[in-house]
Design a protein around this ligand. Structure first.
Ligand code: HSE
Length: 427
């Protein structure tokens, strides 16, 4: 059995998981790969920190060039994250005809097309299964197992941190900040939690999924994005009263040749399959015209689950090398597709308004909504004793633009103190 040499960039949470899996399942991994995998060099910025895995000191380095410039290394595993200096490291590796495995969603979402082109030109593979859904094999499923289908929609809970926070806020009525600290301690959250909380992480993942599902080129900047920082205990309580739970969803659909791609908190009926996804778990629901509905569920973050996806990519590449089938699954055959303007998107809404105590005359509010084609399905009238006084409206399917126009007018009414929240509802 010949040896294939691996270099790892970054020995944090995922890097340690990768090293542990390679050690733990060495025999079966080598057998499946058809080659002996040799961990040749590992880059870490801090060589003194305690780690969960034992790595011989002589293969550790804090100098990237010792990994990237090592001519014996066949596959670089990039687990640093972010785009700086990672993009340059990956380009350097590909230029040197090294295959690359990455878990880096931001890098693939922003620069995937450029990097896939480079990999194809240099005749090497660039695999990225771990970039979406951690241990869930969603990329391979879309790229290989579902190619017979026209994919109609992909709806996912793809950020573990926010799902964990929303679950705890719902089940334990816990405070946002406390739960965020727990998620960070458990190793789910990004170093800068803004990427999780404000939906950037989910938008990167949605852009990757949309490109593969719809063979599109969905610019991450064209994805409508809202995070969970505006969700209050009050909204969670009202959602429960209405039979819903709140989840941060990443939604993309192809409608009449246009792609609708959005990340936002969403109210889901309690019996919806995605409503059952709790804690830091992820799930992706895919609908294909031939296969129907599929649901992928599992751990979307963490050391070993993400490591599982990374090591499987390494094995895949070694198989490709051994059977001279590199670049077998092209990832650069996408076409520019139009992303639907967010103003044109149609959805149902939960609206929480604060109205004047004694709540005056709401007839004007309802008239404005009606004039703008906003059908109201349900109203929860405020208790007169409540302070502040909340009025809850559930709309029928409405066009975003009409709703925004109506709310702009409603906001000016004397009896409306504020529009406190607006959450989309999926059924
Ligand atoms: N911060 C990410 C999450 C890690 O919470 O899902 C996995 O990509």
């Amino acid at each position: 059995m010949g040896a294939v040499k691996i270099g790892i960039l970054g020995l944090g949470t995922v890097g340690s998981g990768v090293a542990e899996i390679l050690l733990r399942n060495k025999k079966s991994i080598n057998q499946k790969a058809g080659s002996r995998i040799e961990l040749t060099k590992v880059l870490d910025k801090d060589l003194t920190r305690n780690r969960s895995v034992d790595i011989p000191a002589e293969i550790m380095t804090d100098r990237p060039e010792e990994v990237l410039g090592n001519s014996e290394i066949d596959i670089i595993v990039e687990l640093i994250g972010g785009v700086n200096p990672t993009k340059e490291f990956v380009k350097q590796a590909l230029e040197a005809r090294k295959h690359v495995v990455t878990a880096n969603k931001e890098l693939i979402a922003k620069y995937g097309d450029e990097l896939f082109d480079l990999a194809a030109k240099r005749g090497v593979d660039l695999h990225f299964e771990a970039s979406v859904g951690g241990g869930i094999p969603i990329i391979k499923s879309l790229q290989e197992s579902l190619t017979a289908n026209q994919i109609e929609e992909v709806i996912g809970i793809v950020n573990g941190t926010t799902n964990y926070i929303l679950t705890k806020m719902t089940e334990k009525e816990a405070k946002f900040e406390e739960v965020l600290a727990e998620a960070q301690q458990a190793g789910y959250a990004e170093a800068d939690p803004t990427a999780d909380i404000e939906g950037y992480d989910a938008a990167y993942k949605l852009s990757i999924l949309s490109n593969i599902a719809f063979t599109g080129l969905v610019d991450v900047n064209d994805i409508y994005r809202e995070g969970i920082s505006q969700i209050t205990q009050k909204d969670i309580t009202y959602a429960q009263q209405l039979g819903y739970v709140i989840k941060l969803l990443a939604i993309s659909k192809e409608v009449e040749g246009q792609i609708e791609a959005r990340v936002h908190p969403t109210m889901l009926p309690k019996d919806h399959p995605l409503a059952q996804v709790k804690e830091a778990f992820n799930a992706v629901l895919v609908r294909g015209d031939a296969v129907g509905e599929l649901l992928y569920y599992g751990q979307g973050a963490g050391s070993l689950p993400t490591g599982s996806a990374v090591v499987a990519d390494v094995i895949d590449i070694i198989r490709n090398i051994n059977y001279k089938a590199v670049n077998r699954v092209a990832a650069n055959n996408y076409k520019e597709k139009i992303v639907k303007r967010h103003n044109e998107v149609v959805s149902k809404y939960y609206i929480r308004l604060q109205v004047e105590n004694g709540h005056g005359d709401l007839a004007k509010t309802f008239r404005i909504l009606e004039n703008n084609n906003i059908g109201i399905k349900r109203v929860i009238e405020p208790e007169k004793t409540d302070e502040p006084v909340n009025l809850i409206l559930l709309t029928r399917q409405v066009v975003e633009e009409n709703l925004q126009r109506a709310l702009g007018e409603v906001k000016k009414l004397r009896e409306i103190k504020e529009i406190s929240n607006l959450i989309r509802v999926e059924t």
